[in-house]
Each structure stands twice: as C-alpha cells, then as structure tokens.
Design a protein around this ligand. Structure first.
Ligand SMILES: *Cc1c(COP(=O)(O)O)cnc(C)c1O
Length: 465
C-alpha cells in the first residue's frame, strides 16, 4: 500500500511515512495509490459489530503491515475507550428517513476526537519502535487543538504545542486546551487571528533547519491518518440503516473538506452512498463552486459555527485530484491559479465528475438558529450550530429524494457552543457529567506575540530532549 501526492511530484510513501509527514514536499496531499474495496458480503457482515471491530475491518487494508493485527486492535481499543458512549458514534432518528450521527461523545466533544485519538496512538506506537522523539505543532480555531492535546497529553516521545488566537475561541474550547496538567502539553495564545496562527505554522514547516532540529510533525486535517479514521463511521452508520442492501446519503457540515472526503473514500471502497451533500454556513465558497463553478475568495465572515469559517478548504484538493482522473499536473495548476488570483475555474469534465458524487447547500446565520429551535421542538434533539447547518441542508436535499435514507453528521456537542445554542433555543446546554469540573480546573497558557522567532524560541526552550 503506497501513498502518492495530489501534485504528482513528491516520492510515494508508506502509510507510516505519510502519517508522520503530513504535507508532501511538492505542496500536495497524500492519497492512497489505489483504494482497497470491500464486497457487499463483507460490508453486510459489519452489521451488529462494535465500532472498534468495524474500525479494524475498514482501516486495516490501508495501514497494511504498519502494525500487526494484535497491535492494531489494541491501539483502536485505547483510542475509543475514553468515549462517553458505548456505541462511540450513535445514530438517532430526527424524522422519517432522516437520521443524525452523533460524533460528539469523544473527550473534547467534537468529531475531531475520532481521528485524533487513533493517530495519537498510532504515532506513539511508531515512535516507541523507532526510539524517535517528535514535536507536534498545530494551529487551531478551537476544536482541532483541544482534540490534539487530549490525544497526545502524557504520551512519551511527543511534545505538543498548540497555537490558538488569543481571545477568539469559546471558553469551553480554551479551557480544554489550557487545563491539562501534563508537562508535554503547551498551549500558546497567539496575539493574532486564526490565519496568523496558520501562517506561522506554515513558516515553521518551511524553515527546514528548525523543522529538522525539533523533528516537527503536523496533525492538521490534511494528515491522511485523520481522513482514514473518519471513513469508519460512514460504514458503521450506513449498515445500521440498511446498507449494503440499500443506498444511503450523507449530509456533512463542511469547512476543510476532511470529513466529507472520508465519505468519498467510503464510497470508493464500495459502500453504496447515493449523494454526499456539502453543507456550508455563510462562508459558502464550496457551495458556490458546486452551483456555479465559482471558487473565489471573498473574505471570511465570522459566524456562530466558527469551525466552518474557512475559505481555503485544504482537503478539497483531494476531491479535485479524483475529479481530474488523478492528474497531479492539473491539480497543481489549479492551486497555482488560486494562489495567484484568489480563485479558479474547474474544467467541464472535472465539474461533471464532482457532481456525480457531491451536492451542496448552505444555511445563513438566521436559518441556523431557527433550525436549532425547530429541531428541539420536533425531535427533542439540541444541536450545535455546525450540526444545525447540516440538518437544514439535509432536510432540503431530502425533499428531492425522500426514499433514500439521509444521515446528517452532528459534528460537535451543543455544550461546546453554549452562547449560540442558548440564543437560538433558550436552553443553556450543560457539559456532560464527566467533564462538569472544566470551569474549576486551573489554566496554564503562555501568551505569545504574533512573531515567528518568538514562537520558535518558546518551542526550542520548552520541548524535552
Ligand atoms: C472541524 C469541524 C467542522 C469541519 O470539518 P472539516 O473536516 O474541516 O470539513 C465542522 N464542525 C465542527 C464542529 C468542527 O470542529
């Protein structure tokens, strides 16, 4: 099993190398050279299995011999043992033929835990074998950072530094990043916005001396290991509503396109997915792209679903790679166009290929709030704003295809965004009992100027050797 770059110029890598590398050296993203498939019988056999067993069956062909079967089962058990729900990704019914996939029962209450917990375990196991030590640096608008800290805290061989924009994350998100007691965790509040954090991260990866000196590694959403882990819940949920004996559609609240792209991989593997519906908030570049081939940056407007406030949707590059018949040169030239002019136009053939798999829709701010309130009234389910964007778009799509079951992904727990949820519904969602003391724990964080040299100095000084 080899992994190749979406821009066609970087060397192919093993699973372990691709997971440890993150971004390819030609600027592209790693994807499997060929996607392994499962037969209808193999998919049918997943019904009734535990989440952990399904995770093993779905991921094993991609990791090949990186771990023995026994090792891999153990890593999966450790990764999902800390979840607050025995089903890990339970499915609840919202309406006739419309289901909600609750992906917020992990330790930091967002779907990012599904991927981060298992790549934390896999990286640790690989490092223990090689005796190497790495420094993970991440930039976050909130959810990725807390999930990474939760996954890597206390692990040997890893230091984790998370940069978040000072004063611009929710209190729950901040406390999840600043209240862990382990010495290998370092929360950095950067005096800037999310784009500043992300550009400092890029600068660090491009400073090759620094990169080699601290053994820099990344866990942002372009990491192939993260996409792979997200494929699992498409299988577990689809078999619960009748796959492979009938088709299923999914609606996915989307920002960086990692979560929905995992659905595309599930389809390539043989899961009978009818439509993958992209749901965006008012930052609707992906919806405009699907509707009118208008992928043009207009500036991000902050919303009540902040984890989807994104314009350069990094994993969309992987979708474009398939839509261009895996032509790395074509993807590379689109990305150059975006960099130089802030927009690109997709060829008719590639656009038709995208439309074969994906639909799209959007929810503005008011619609999002109304959906939180109406869903609570109709089904008793309290949604976070991201999930509400999905539910609105899922319903709209289902009106055209009422006979195909629709599964909408709920990406975060409402208690992670209590202000927006309370404004919409009148109810302030409480934290689950297992983390009810979050507001009492003491915080540990370093405020840092938005300056590359200052950030690098802190990382050099704090990391263990
Ligand atoms: C990260 C995130 C998203 C967007 O996921 P992508 O994989 O970037 O498309 C949506 N909702 C929540 C709550 C998130 O944390």
């Amino acid at each position: 099993m080899r992994y190749i770059s979406t821009r066609g110029q970087a060397p192919s890598l093993s699973f372990e190398e691709a997971m440890m590398t993150g971004l390819a050296r030609d600027g592209g993203l790693y994807v499997p050279e060929t996607v392994p498939t499962m037969t209808a019988d193999e998919i049918a056999a997943l019904a009734g299995k535990s989440y952990e067993e399904i995770a093993f069956a779905v991921m094993k062909p991609f990791i090949a011999d990186t771990f023995t079967d026994e090792e891999f089962r153990e890593l999966i058990a450790k990764a999902y043992g800390s979840f607050g729900h025995i089903a890990r990704a339970p499915l609840v019914q919202l309406a006739p033929n419309h289901f909600l996939l609750e992906l917020f029962h992990g330790p930091t209450l967002a779907f990012k835990d599904f991927a981060m917990q298992i790549i934390g375990q896999m990286m640790q196991a690989a490092l223990a074998r090689s005796g190497k030590r790495i420094t993970i640096v991440g930039a976050t608008s909130g959810d990725t950072g807390s999930a990474a800290i939760e996954a890597f805290r206390g692990l040997d061989n890893v230091d984790v530094f998370i940069m978040y924009p000072h004063g611009r994350v929710s209190e729950v998100q901040r406390r999840q990043m600043t209240t862990s007691v382990e010495d290998n965790v370092h929360a950095l509040a950067v005096e800037g916005d999310f784009d500043d954090c992300q550009s400092k991260l890029k600068d660090m990866f491009n400073d090759f001396d620094f990169r080699d000196e601290v053994h820099l590694a990344g866990v942002n959403s372009i990491n192939w290991g993260r996409v792979l882990a997200q494929v699992v819940y498409y299988f577990s949920s689809a078999v619960s509503v009748g796959a492979p004996h009938r088709k299923v559609s999914f609606t996915v609240p989307t920002g960086n396109f990692g979560d929905i792209f995992a659905g595309f991989i599930a389809k390539q593997m043989g899961l009978p997915i009818d439509r993958l519906v992209i749901a965006t908030n008012q930052n609707d570049i992906l919806h405009r792209c699907m509707e009118s081939n208008d992928y043009a940056k207009k500036g991000v407007k902050p919303s009540i679903s902040p984890s989807m406030d994104i314009e350069v949707s990094s994993n969309f590059e992987r979708a474009l790679f398939w839509a261009h018949d895996k032509d790395g040169a074509a993807v590379s030239s689109l990305m150059d166009e975006l960099k130089n002019s802030g927009s690109f136009r997709i060829s008719d053939n590639a656009m038709a290929a995208l439309c074969e798999n994906y639909d799209s829709g959007k929810a503005d701010e008011e619609t999002t709030s109304i959906t939180i309130a109406s869903t609570l009234t109709e089904s008793g389910e309290l949604l976070c704003p991201h999930s509400a964007v999905g539910v609105h778009v899922g319903y709209a799509h289902q009106r055209h295809n009422p006979e195909v079951p629709m599964i909408t992904l709920a990406t975060a727990h409402p208690a992670k965004f209590p202000d927006a949820v309370e404004n919409a519904s009148g109810i302030r969602p409480p934290l689950p009992p297992r983390m009810a003391d979050l507001y009492e724990r003491s915080e540990r964080v370093t405020q840092v100027p938005n300056d590359l040299a200052a950030l690098q100095a802190i990382i050099r000084e704090r990391r263990a050797r």
